[in-house]
Every structure is written in structure tokens, then in C-alpha cells.
Design a protein around this ligand. Structure first.
Ligand SMILES: NC(=O)c1ccc[n+]([C@@H]2O[C@H](COP(=O)([O-])OP(=O)(O)OC[C@H]3O[C@@H](n4cnc5c(N)ncnc54)[C@H](OP(=O)(O)O)[C@@H]3O)[C@@H](O)[C@H]2O)c1
Length: 273
């Protein structure tokens, strides 16, 4: 009697319509993993799904969801159920930043930001984790940032706070479920080639900065390898590792004195859009 083919594993990737999320989609598809691609721009997700299905013979489907909305997690959960699939790998990647000051933005912009970068990560993780624990297998990669370790600066106000949350959440959850077959990793990139700066209008400023930059593919390669090795927090690239080591060793007052003048170069004037 022929055995039924085992189902391939499936990765849910948020923010898969560009940059680091798109690179995660390519990397997992190459490994023969099916994909559930989540973002707002459905046309881009569908085009990517088609490319990856054709190239790697996997299954992939796109889910249009605005992660700032409370119903977004349910939209993803329903889409998985409709396709009869469960989530084996979750990449909480979607994100952006608000380059103005806190008071230079509307409250709604800041609460939407927290909803996308923090609340939706909590909610999606809570939705898929029980299944991972039950099956004794799960992989969760949370895309944080090296600024999780910074002292904060004017502009991009809540970004370091949101990314610190992601790092701490990853560590605590790992302590709860690593022995149940679920491996969690917070990847903390520095400047990475993507649409991030274009999306927040700082692309000209970033282009001029001459800062060390990695490709999204490099960041993703390091993230997946670290996750498979069970590493909880990873900073990709030696220049970034060094900068984070300094941020951890130096007193906050000194880090602030060093970082804040530099950070000004990446902030935008206040406009309540
Ligand atoms: N690039 C860097 O230098 C850098 C450094 C450190 C950390 N990161 C982190 O890396 C992650 C990915 O960013 P990226 O650099 O790849 O930037 P990106 O190219 O601009 O990609 C951002 C992704 O997030 C999605 N997204 C934004 N708002 C969303 C919303 N409300 N609902 C659903 N999806 C949303 C976007 O899709 P739609 O617009 O189609 O919704 C897009 O797919 C972010 O968490 C970012 O904070 C980036």
C-alpha cells in the first residue's frame, strides 16, 4: 500500500511584498517550504507567489491584510483554514517607521505603528503557537532591529521601543516553548537594502549616510541559520555586532550623546499627514 505523501511545511511571512519579507519568501521556497504571504499589496504578493510556485514547485497563497487592524490575525487564520493548512514557521517581519517626532504625528499614526510592529506580532504568534506546541514543531523568526539596543533619539520615536519589545518577547517565549520543539529567534539587522527608507520618505538621507549596509538575502540567510541553531537573538554582520556590543557596554547617557546627533540625519520635519 502506498503511503500518503507527507505535507510540506508551511511558512507564514508578514510583510512579504518587499524587502526582507520577500527575501524570506525566496529563501523558504528554495528549501521546498509552502508559503502564506501576508501584506496589504495583494498584486505584489500574488506575483511573488506565482514566481515561487513556478520556480520551486511549492504551494503559495497570498493574504491581503492590514496588520494595523484588529481583525488582521483572524483574516490570516481564516485563510490558513480555507487552504486546510497550519503554520509551521512564522516570520513576523512587517514593519515601517515614522521619521517625525511623536508630537509631529497624529495619535492614530502612532497607535497604528504599535498595532503593526507590536500588537499584530503578539496576536499572530498567539494564534499559531498552540498548533506548533501540539505538533512538537515550530519556528518563529521575529524581525527586530539593532536599534532595539539603542538609547532612543528624536524622530522614529517608538521604533527602538517596539523593537526592544520584540527582542524581549522572543527571549521570554523561547524560555516557555523551546523544549516543546518551537525555536524562536529575534534577528536584529542594521541598515538593510529594502524599500524601508523609500516607504518612510528618508531614502535620500539614508543614501547619503554611507552606513554599512547588508542585502536582505544576507540578513535572511543569517536569520534562518540562527533559528535552526536555536539562537534567540542575532545581530547580523560584524560592524552591527560591534555597534550593539558598544550600546550594551556603554552607559545610556554616553550612547545617547553618540547616537542622537547621528539620528538627526534620518529624521524628517514634522508634518501631521
Ligand atoms: N531595512 C532596514 O534597514 C531594516 C533594519 C532593521 C530592521 N528592519 C525591519 O525589517 C522589517 C521589514 O522591513 P523592510 O526593510 O523589508 O522594509 P520594506 O521593504 O518597506 O517592507 C516592509 C513590509 O511591511 C509591510 N507592511 C507595512 N505596513 C503594513 C501593514 N499595515 N500591514 C501589513 N503589512 C505591512 C509592507 O507591505 P505592504 O506595504 O504591501 O503592506 C512590506 O511588505 C521591518 O520590521 C523593519 O522594521 C529593517
Amino acid at each position: 500500500m502506498t503511503q500518503p505523501k507527507p505535507k510540506r511545511r508551511l511558512a507564514v511571512i508578514t510583510g512579504a511584498s518587499s524587502g526582507i519579507g520577500e527575501a524570506f519568501a525566496h529563501a523558504y521556497a528554495k528549501r521546498g517550504i509552502d508559503l502564506c504571504l501576508v501584506a496589504r499589496r495583494l498584486d505584489r504578493l500574488e506575483a511573488l507567489a506565482k514566481i515561487l510556485v513556478d520556480a520551486h514547485g511549492i504551494q503559495a497563497f497570498a493574504v491581503q491584510a492590514d496588520l494595523s487592524k484588529p481583525e488582521a490575525t483572524e483574516v490570516v487564520v481564516q485563510a490558513l483554514a480555507k487552504h486546510g493548512r497550519s503554520c509551521d514557521i512564522l516570520v513576523n517581519n512587517a514593519g515601517y517607521s515614522l521619521p517625525q517626532t511623536f508630537l509631529g504625528t497624529r495619535a492614530q499614526q502612532q497607535t497604528d505603528f504599535v498595532a503593526v510592529l507590536v500588537t499584530s506580532v503578539v496576536s499572530l504568534t498567539h494564534a499559531v503557537l498552540p498548533g506548533m506546541v501540539q505538533r512538537g514543531f515550530g519556528r518563529i523568526i521575529n524581525v527586530a532591529s539593532m536599534v532595539a539596543f539603542s538609547s532612543g533619539a528624536a524622530g522614529h520615536t517608538l521604533y527602538p521601543a517596539a523593537k526592544s519589545f520584540i527582542v524581549k518577547m522572543t527571549q521570554s517565549l523561547s524560555a516557555e516553548v523551546a523544549d516543546k520543539g518551537v525555536l524562536l529567534t529575534a534577528i536584529c539587522p542594521g541598515q538593510t537594502e529594502s524599500d524601508f527608507a523609500k516607504a518612510n520618505g528618508t531614502d535620500q538621507l539614508v543614501a547619503k549616510s554611507g552606513l554599512y549596509k547588508q542585502t536582505a538575502e544576507e540578513v535572511v540567510r543569517i536569520a534562518i541559520a540562527a533559528n535552526e541553531a536555536g539562537k534567540e537573538v542575532v545581530v547580523p554582520g560584524w560592524p552591527n555586532k560591534l555597534a550593539v556590543a558598544f550600546m550594551k557596554i556603554l552607559p545610556d547617557s554616553l550612547t545617547a550623546a553618540l547616537i542622537r546627533p547621528q539620528a538627526k540625519k534620518f529624521a524628517l520635519p514634522d508634518t501631521k499627514a
